[in-house]
Design a protein around this ligand. Sequence first.
Ligand code: PLP
Length: 402
Amino acid sequence: MDPKTIEKSLAERASKVLMSTYAQTPIALERGEGCRVWDREGKSYLDFLGGIAVTALGHSHPAVTAALREQAGKILHSSNLYYIEPQIALAEQLVRHSFADRVFFCNSGTEANEAAIKLVRRYATERFGPEKRTILCMENSFHGRTMGSLSATGQGKFQKGFEPLLPGFAFAPFNDLAALDRIWDATVAAVLLEPVQGEGGICVPAPDYLREVKKRCRERQALLVLDEVQTGMGRTGTLLAHEQFGVTPDVLTLAKALGNGLPIGALLATAEAAGAFTPGAHAATFGGNHLVTAVAGKVLEIIGAPEFLSRVKQVGAYFRQGLQTLVEAFPQVREARGLGLLLGLALDVPGKPVVEACLERGFLINCTQDTVLRFAPPLIITEAEIDPLLLTLQDIFTEMSL
Ligand SMILES: Cc1ncc(COP(=O)(O)O)c(C=O)c1O
């Protein structure tokens, strides 16, 4: 028989043509509605990962689909050589909803962080001279995979083999002001950090930590840059996570849920910081094109509504409470943590078998830092969808304890 006619499994086909950058789970999803997705065999799963904190409004949201269809029928892309009305409208919305005065659009989280790194370097160089150029970052952080954001990422495992990294980054342990003070010198131009570390294991800092960092930034003439790529867009129960910590940054990055699945990133800044970008200083061909900004405008309109955000807080608290009961019931479950619907369950055992058992039973979750189960479901998840996952986790931990 002609080998071409033999049905090959997707894994086999993928291994022949794709670079093996991902350790993939052997399912292929092809349809979704709300918080439920279906694979090619018709098996359904409740989605507690949301494409890694991306599909905040769930799958096939009617308003998102309608916005996409409508814009696709007009024009997808023209280029930033011309004004793009949906891009301006989205920037107006972001400015209205945040500390920011100006926005730059790109296509992903890592690109937003690259733009932030360039902006703060130029701002500091112009204002204070070339010596002030260190960006203080956090150990255990994650900012992306391109060379700038990779250099800002405080986890050696992502950097191995890609040296030399960019110079001008220093690292302090997260949530440790004394350590921050020890390494902070006159060359520091900015502090870059996630308000809640996502890939680092859902680490929430002490309530006054960000305020204290901001205070030091003001006193020492450095900019505060918050990476809200994962925590932004309502994920933690406020549109932007820093709102809950009583601080405003000078610069902030967004991506992930902003397009609910369409690739878009954004750099937000005060007018003062944004002034460092002049024509030609930075650009992105696709950045903020008609399609992605029309869709993101609809996403922001829905997520930015106060009643939507208070519902995220309410459901997040319910979920967190359910995870806490697992901590109390099982010795191998150490801690439930997180904010809103960015939740983690830290285990004393590897998380991979739990992720696999959940998959088998129809739930998508994942694991970060080997032992922290991560939950970042669509923000429209309900208590009635959370309950079956909690029961399933209870069963899995019971079986593991036997
Ligand atoms: C906090 C944070 N920053 C940046 C990134 C990189 O985003 P992207 O994968 O869109 O480049 C991520 C991705 O997980 C992230 O969690």
